[in-house]
Ligand binder design. Sequence first.
Ligand code: SF4
Ligand code: SF4
Length: 505
Amino acid sequence: MKWMKDVKTYTPPDFHVIRDPDRCIKCKACVEQCSFDATFYDEEEDKIWNWDAKCVGCNRCAAFCPTEAITIENRTSPYRINESWGKWNVVGVKKRAAFGGAPVVSMGADKPYIVYWDHMLINASQVTNPSIDPLREPMELKTFLGKKVDHLEIENGKLKTALSPQLEIELPIMFAAMSYGALNYNVIEAIGRAALELGTYFNSGEGGLHKDHYKFKGNIIVQVASGRFGVHKEYLDVASAIEIKIGQGAKPGIGGHLPGEKVTASIAQTRMIPKGTDALSPAPHHDIYSIEDLRELIFALKEATEYKKPIFVKIACVHNIAAIASGVAQAGADVIVLDGFKGGTGASPQVIRDNVGLPIELGLASVDDRLRQEGLRGKISLIASGGIRNSMDVVKAIALGADAVYIGTATLIAIGCTMCQQCHTGRCAWGIATQDPFLSKRQNPNIAAQRLVNLVNVWGLEIKETLGAMGINSIESLKGNRLALRGFDLNEKEMEILGILHAGE
Ligand code: SF4
Ligand code: SF4
């Protein structure tokens, strides 16, 4: 038997792999599918073993077992219950003591913080303001993103006012920034195809853009982050909008890290760095230490693209987010992206992911308020991201003041991700957050693109149905309409920040 218990951490496994011997036909599909070596075949004993300590709960084996012989169970803590410490604090101490390093994790914060979306209810029309049947009457979800003007001047029947560049999206949902490096070629290809078919945009993230994906011109937003990976003239030219990434919701205040083993020849070429080297983006942009510096970068990018593309600025939701967003608006950004702390990441120190930042719901409401008070809201677009899980989160985000949302984690879940939080290991069993050629083939761009198109189209239908129930026929009429929301199980202060009334009021 080639398997021994690893006693170094003194911690019990998180999962228990249960194989029903009456159902198992020893086809070894599970062995083939498990990329974490948590299940293996012993030829001498003709037996399939489970190594619970290595199991990450990705459920790939269970999904592909043809006889449904496998069940993955969460193990409860074997320790005496201690409400003050809980399992995670005890395990956290032991792991740090064993390895002498700070744990790195992926995906979004998983602590049981309140999810404000789930404490808001949506209004519906009755009697005086009749509801609308979206199947029989037109319902507009089209959204324009970019700087707006106060008023339009028309001379001799012609528009005299110069309009700023706008992005036009068929529905207020775009694919969030996820880099080539964090994701593999096939996944980016799938997201690009889905964006093209849906009439929306995908975001390159901070890793540059593979030349093959230039074909999605017209549906691309490119990112300029602190590491400036893959940023060059062609990259800017192929984009419809450029996003300056200042911060990320899952890890505000720190930079990015793509481990060297994920930097393949193709990724190295795209990022313009040597193959196999760690791609480290610094915490700050080394040329931005003030709003004036940010303004310079915004206008440098506008200048480089002949003022034809909206410039987005992405900031993480932190305590003084409203004041920061106001500064960003005044610095000349066309669109502000607010990223909440439930947003995903390919890799983040655990302590940062789980403790730093704000939920998007509070950040969005306070920014929308501040921009209104300062007369700036009508001049800029707001995108909410970091924790948008379903179509009703989209509706609530727009009622709180967003023009549109970005979806990242939902995008990955749609194509197979089970949120096992192992993206940083590069061993993703679902073939998503990995550069391993064998694992990457698990994502077929045709199938994945279709799943994404299905997801977003269904969300679009659900949004239309909800707007119809509310008696409004365009997404524009929902924007910032907080009277459409009511809160429950929230305190006065939370409702004040969200700017909503209590249910029953
Ligand atoms: S495939 Fe995933 S769930 Fe199954 S044993 Fe391996 S790590 Fe555990
Ligand atoms: S992308 Fe893959 S590794 Fe990352 S959480 Fe999802 S299934 Fe796990």
